[in-house]
Design a protein around this ligand. Structure first.
Ligand SMILES: C[S@@+](CC[C@H](N)C(=O)[O-])C[C@H]1O[C@@H](n2cnc3c(N)ncnc32)[C@H](O)[C@@H]1O
Length: 460
């Protein structure tokens, strides 16, 4: 029988931080697991049970009885209302130690603990975000425009006037939009209203910025009613903020959780944003279209890509799978005699082709479409690669895809933004005859719970 009930207030001692960024405590003799948002290791707290099942409960802090010495003043005044920097109240070096501990605990049964290295700090810990997505809504009566983030686990919008993780000028542009946007914003309940989201993409190097309006509208109506007006508004906007070099409309009139549709139309300006990545060894330039992926924290991406590069031997054939605009393939290109890129997003494939040329890489091949399908074809054709780089989305790779590429690769370098799916896929690769040599965490997402990691696998 459970010792605790909903709404009970209990005393807890927090044992550790979980991969989702919550504090974990164990209650009573049964050591019943309780997760507490905002609680840090070693803290003694009073917490109210907000949900529970047979296996664990969630609780909310009521009082901190003994505070962690690593708890700091939040980096943002909206910390309690927003959730975007969910660990923005933790001393940075300590947070890095915690992220390392999370990786060690998660992977110690698969990788020798001495080969799970300390997470590398981000060279930039604030204003690092390359991509910002703001849902847009309006207040019921006054019709005031709200742009910001949803509170954790809800669709209540916090109007964000400042975010320490974003380049500071984004706040100014967003305020201009709130004050001057001429159309209505989306009402989720009624599935009515035009502006669903605004998306920003910012070059960390030049601060050039792309802005995309996500509109609840089809192409015919957009062209008929809105195209000219958005063009006039966009010209005004970019003359006021000259670092906005491209403005787009993404037409998404489906009621789904997907923020954007596949239909992006240019309103004004450049077709692609240029990002520059550099370290003491090399400088690479990347064209990025409004709807293609780029790493969230470009300075930290350099650290990540350099780990991949250092682990590739000269004159290797490299498959850059889930390759996006070619970011990793191009960074490691001095080690490769040929780069093969696989990417599902056709616009990213167009960028990748231009990026290979922009960086003077001649020996490349690009396969557009689903990675698993291409892996199956590569297997049929007996293609062999010295290195396969995998950098899939949060959901990880399909098991079938991993099994298909296993015979084709001497080495696999797996880059992951989700330790849980990385663990699952590590087990599959071990079963396919690979040995994980090391795991290196990289802090791509400072002040949040997210952890980027690289694992080098070699064939046993
Ligand atoms: C985490 S991003 C990595 C991109 C690139 N490696 C980089 O560093 O910029 C994952 C990429 O996989 C692509 N993608 C998602 N699902 C895919 C699939 N099933 N097949 C191929 N590519 C896919 C996405 O479009 C995205 O570009």
């Amino acid at each position: 029988m459970l010792l605790i009930k909903l709404n009970d207030t209990i005393e807890l001692k927090i044992e550790k931080l979980t991969p989702t960024g919550e504090g974990l405590a164990r209650f009573g003799e049964e050591k019943f697991v309780v997760f507490v948002i905002g609680a840090l290791p070693e803290e003694k707290i009073k917490a109210k049970i907000t949900s529970l099942n047979k296996h664990f409960a969630h609780a909310q802090i009521v009082e901190i009885i003994e505070q962690s010495k690593f708890r700091t003043k939040p980096i943002c005044p909206l910390y309690n209302a927003c959730g975007s920097c969910n660990l923005g109240n933790v001393e940075y070096n300590y947070l890095i130690e915690q992220k390392t501990s999370i990786l060690k605990e998660l992977f110690c049964d698969l990788i020798d603990e001495k080969n799970i290295f300390n997470v590398i700090k981000s060279p930039q810990i604030q204003e690092y975000r390359h991509k910002i997505q703001y849902p847009c809504r309006q207040t019921k009566n006054s019709k005031r425009i709200l742009m910001g983030y949803f509170k954790t686990n809800s669709h209540d919008l916090t109007n964000i006037k400042f975010c320490p993780l974003q380049p500071s000028f984004i706040a100014e542009i967003t305020q201009y939009l709130r004050d001057n946007f001429e159309f209505d914003c989306y009402d989720e309940k009624r599935d009515k209203g035009l502006l669903k989201n605004v998306l920003y993409r910012v070059s960390n190097y030049s601060k050039d910025t792309f802005l995309t309006f996500v509109l609840n509208c089809d192409e015919k109506n957009y062209k008929k009613y809105y195209e000219d007006k958005f063009l006039a508004f966009s010209k005004k906007l970019s003359s006021k903020y000259p670092n906005i070099v491209g403005i787009f409309a993404n037409l998404n009139n489906k009621k789904t959780n997907k923020i954007t549709s596949d239909l992006t139309l240019k309103i004004f300006g450049e077709d692609c944003l240029i990002e520059t990545l550099e370290n003491e060894i090399q400088t690479k330039k990347y064209k990025i279209s409004a709807d293609s992926f780029f790493q969230v924290n470009p300075k930290s991406a350099v650290e990540l890509f350099e780990i991949v590069r250092k682990n590739i031997k000269e004159k290797s054939s490299v498959l850059d799978a889930y390759g996006g605009v070619g970011a990793i393939g191009i960074w490691v290109s001095d080690k490769a005699n040929k780069i093969t890129l696989v990417e599902e997003n056709s616009s990213a494939c167009v960028m990748a082709k231009e990026n290979f040329k922009l960086n003077n890489i001649e020996n490349f091949e690009i396969f557009s479409g689903d990675a698993t399908k291409h892996f199956e074809n590569f297997k049929k054709e007996n293609k062999i690669f010295d290195y396969i780089i995998l950098d899939p989305p949060r959901s990880g790779c399909e098991e079938k895809g991993l099994k298909d590429i296993a015979p084709l690769a001497k080495n696999i370098i797996y880059v992951s933004c989700n330790p849980m799916t990385l663990k699952r896929d590590t087990k599959t690769l071990i079963n396919c005859g690979f040995k994980p040599e090391f795991l290196q965490g990289v802090d791509m997402f400072p002040y949040t719970n997210h952890i980027e990691s690289v694992v080098l696998f070699t064939k046993k």
